[in-house]
Write a protein that binds this ligand. Structure first.
Ligand SMILES: Cc1cc2nc3c(=O)[nH]c(=O)nc-3n(C[C@H](O)[C@H](O)[C@H](O)COP(=O)(O)OP(=O)(O)OC[C@H]3O[C@@H](n4cnc5c(N)ncnc54)[C@H](O)[C@@H]3O)c2cc1C
Length: 434
């Protein structure tokens, strides 16, 4: 009998798993379940709205979704509409691909103040995640601090200083465009505990910061070493050399060159968020790097600001009825095997690191395990899930429904924008009528 597979989560990891099962020729049905009516996870809600080329990978995933093996169950939240225990009773194999879409904070005093917004929340807001439509971040101060020296930090800084015109061919929602355009933000401080060599930017993203219309990157030449030094990994070596060269180029920019500035700050460890109820500033300790680690120097400084965005990584939440590693924020697994007929892939398995394609090998591994472990299929799969959801009154969004939502978004796109994203679940479901 055909193996019934349920994949919970339709980000890259979920789709790579479905694709691997199909390519392997496993005789299976694959049900792709997502709590949102929209597929693709962080491709839609994480990847920056002005990086549309990156988002195009979803076209490949669409082909997978349209395969005869697959069925999309959108608007179905596991844990609310169906439990994991129930799914495991219905399916031969269940794959956890729920990602790590939550904020990780720095862990310093004052992080509970108004005006501290984690990167997952802030990025979700400007990407029109329906959970975050009403966030209404306070952008009323001139200075913003983004804590972190990776691509997510760069994305946030760039989105905050780009003009409406520069964003015209993006899918930044109008509410975010207007809030950013009318805000008095002039200076975004992007701060890392370690030095420029240790920063995790990719070079394309870094270089982009020198090509903005209304903003310039500002780098203190005294923070740049002459050379990268010898690293073990040649790929790392090349990347870091390129980044150092780019940062050196940035030292030509002066504050007077543009009305907005992105300050690249290194060797700065945040120790406390200052203010009363609201953020008024950030206190930091200067550091030096010793053996790759940031070590405090005992010298402190402060930056006045009204918004602090920790961009120090994402985290997953425990999944009910599954052993969870509280230290690394991942499910406990053995090479992706979580329990009998239960597998994990992507960020819930490895933690929040890597690019979209980094999730591909997880899918291949899970497909191999499923083929090995399940042998003959025994469980009914979608013929049990469908009636269960109907009984619970869940409005399941099929892939055909999603295509209608997508078409309506494309039809409503203003000017050069690729789409006008719906901002609420109600708007999306209204497109589908009854
Ligand atoms: C801000 C940001 C920018 C990025 N930019 C890039 C980039 O430019 N290029 C690049 O290559 N990579 C980028 N990445 C990395 C890339 O997005 C990730 O590697 C990838 O999305 C992780 O895939 P995933 O499938 O594990 O998780 P996700 O993409 O998060 O997918 C998880 C899915 O699970 C669903 N889900 C969660 N809980 C449930 C539940 N209980 N029931 C049903 N469904 C559920 C979610 O709705 C979501 O659709 C970026 C990441 C971030 C955070």
């Amino acid at each position: 009998m055909t193996i019934s597979v349920a994949i919970i989560g339709t980000g890259p990891a979920g789709f790579y798993t479905a694709d691997a099962l199909i390519k392997k020729g496993v005789d299976c049905t694959i049900d792709l379940i997502d709590r949102l009516p929209t597929p693709y996870g962080l491709i839609r809600f994480g990847v920056a709205p002005d990086h549309q080329t990156t988002k195009k990978v979803s076209r490949t995933f669409e082909k997978t979704a349209l395969s005869e093996h697959c069925h999309f169950f959108g608007n179905v939240e596991v844990g609310r509409d169906v439990s994991l225990v129930e799914l495991r009773e219905m399916y031969d194999a269940v794959v956890l691909a729920v990602g790590a879409g939550h904020d990780r904070l720095v862990g310093i005093p004052g992080e509970d103040k108004k005006g501290v917004i984690g990167s997952a929340t802030f990025v979700g807001w400007y990407n029109a995640h329906p959970d975050l439509r009403n966030l209404d971040p306070d952008l009323s101060s001139g200075n913003v601090v983004v804590i972190g020296n990776g691509n997510v930090a760069i994305d946030i800084a760039r989105v905050l200083v780009k003009t409406r015109e520069e964003m015209a061919d993006s899918d930044l929602p109008e509410y975010a465009t207007a809030a950013i355009e009318t805000s008095p933000i002039t200076d975004v401080y992007m701060l890392g505990r370690r030095g420029p060599i240790e920063a995790k930017f990719t070079n394309v993203e870094l270089r982009e910061m020198g090509e903005l219309k209304n903003a310039v990157p500002l780098v203190d030449p005294a923070q740049l070493p002459d050379e990268v030094g010898d690293l073990d990994n040649p790929r790392d070596q090349r990347l870091r050399e390129k980044n150092l060269a780019t940062l050196k180029e940035f030292t030509k920019f002066k504050a007077a060159d543009a009305p907005k500035h992105v300050h690249f700050g290194f060797y700065a460890n945040p120790v406390e968020i200052l203010g009363g109820d609201r953020v008024e500033g950030l206190r930091l300790e200067k550091t030096k790097v010793d053996g790759g680690r940031a070590v405090g120097t005992g010298e402190f400084f402060e930056i006045a600001c009204g918004l602090v965005i920790p961009a120090v990584g994402y985290r997953s939440l425990p999944v009910a009825d599954v052993p969870f590693d509280d230290k690394n924020f991942v499910v406990v697994h053995d090479d992706g095997r979580v329990g009998p007929g239960l597998y994990a892939v992507g960020w819930i398995k490895r933690g929040p690191s890597g690019v979209i394609s980094t999730n591909r090998p997880d899918g291949a591994t899970a497909a191999t395990h499923i083929a090995e472990d399940c042998g003959e299929g025994r469980k009914p799969g979608r013929t049990a899930l469908g009636p269960h959801l109907a009984e619970r009154g869940v409005r399941v969004v099929t892939f055909g429904d999603w295509k209608k939502i997508e078409s309506a978004e494309i039809a409503a796109a203003p000017g050069a924008a690729p789409r006008r994203k719906f901002e609420t679940l109600t708007e999306m479901l209204d497109v589908l009528g009854n």
